[in-house]
Design a binder for this molecule. Structure first.
Ligand code: PBG
Length: 330
């Protein structure tokens, strides 16, 4: 007769930590919080009523008044920041309205900073595509290509007018080489040492930006493949990160989010500064369209996509659902 204590090989049961809502809540690794959400907002010049964006149901181009109200709503919901985009009446080859001190984006910045500037971080998109009649993110050389260094001069001017208008953080999103260095230098020379730079470091030439083109009335013919990254490449995101850090980025971003969670994870693993991710217009439209057909559970899908983006390493998430989600989380 054996004297050994009988120990059966136990069934290992990970399901124990999934049994009740309380235990699931206790062990959740990833939590969403309103403070890390950033709401993109569009200010359109020359309209008297907010204008719906067809491909982004629930999102509008704002008048100056409705923009102010939307900013107040975001602040009241506890959202951490807003990212402003301008939609000018007039577009031209060099995007003049982008550097007009009274251009729509600069007006929007002034309005919103006066209204909610203490409650949340006010950010602005620093790019030319909303302002150019050809729709590219920069100015063109004689041969029609996007001229990197001529564009940098325009970005430097844009940074200063946006900072003069009171913005807290600029978001250079044009993927020109050297843009962070030039923007940082222009801000510092103009006495705006405290204005931060959120660098769109890894931004891909993505079909997921489709609905955004309608949102900003972009006239783009062709594509952005000569400056935005190839979806096939992950490694160069790390190179872009390194350069943006060396050039003085305060935060960095990966964009789009859901199709690039691997890139987000790689960047988040090594970045010494906060890493944001942008859940872009096409990601929003995809969920809204499927939900409108009754094909998916909209609310669960929104929370799941945002949780995945945070789990992949984003500290901040730009999302068109920011206010709705922030309210739900409070
Ligand atoms: C450039 C810019 C774009 C977006 C944000 N900033 C468009 C582009 O690069 O083509 C896309 C945002 C979205 O799709 O929600 N100004």
């Amino acid at each position: 007769m054996s004297t050994e204590f009988p120990v059966a090989t136990p069934v290992i049961r990970p399901r124990r930590l999934r049994t009740t809502p309380a235990v699931r809540r206790l062990v959740a690794e990833t939590r969403l919080h309103p403070a890390e959400l950033i709401l993109p907002l569009f200010a359109r010049e020359g309209i008297s009523e907010p204008a719906p964006i067809n491909s982004m149901p629930g999102v509008v181009q704002h008048t100056r008044d409705s923009l102010r109200r939307a900013a107040v709503e975001a602040a009241e919901a506890g959202v951490g920041g807003i990212m402003l985009f301008g939609v000018p009446l007039v577009q031209d080859a060099i995007g003049s309205e982008g550097t007009n001190p009274d251009g729509i984006l600069q007006q929007a910045i002034r309005d919103v900073v006066a209204e909610v500037g203490d409650a949340l971080v006010v950010m602005s998109d620093l790019c030319l595509d909303e302002y150019t009649d050809h729709g590219h993110c920069g100015v063109l050389a004689a041969d029609g290509s996007v001229d990197n260094d001529a564009t940098l001069l325009r970005y430097a001017e844009m940074a200063v007018v946006q900072a003069d208008a009171g913005v807290h953080m600029v978001g250079p999103s044009g993927m020109m080489d050297g843009q962070i260095a030039v923007v940082r230098d222009a801000l510092d020379r103009a006495g705006h040492q405290d204005v931060s730079v959120l660098a769109y470091s890894a931004k891909y030439a993505s079909a997921f930006f489709g609905p955004f083109r309608e949102a900003v009335g972009s006239a783009l013919k062709g594509d952005r493949k000569s400056y935005q990254q190839d979806p096939a490449n992950g490694r160069e995101a790390l190179r872009e990160l390194e350069l943006d850090l060396a050039e003085g980025a305060d935060l960095v971003m990966v964009k789009p989010a859901m199709a690039y969670l691997d890139v987000l994870r790689q960047v988040a693993d090594v970045s010494p500064v906060p890493v944001a991710a942008y859940q872009v217009s096409g990601e929003y439209a995809m969920v809204e369209a499927a939900a409108a057909n009754g094909w998916v559970d909209r609310d669960r899908m929104i929370m799941e996509t945002l949780t995945s983006i945070r789990r992949a390493g984003a500290s901040q998430v730009l999302t068109y659902w920011a206010v709705e989600v922030a309210r739900k989380l409070r």
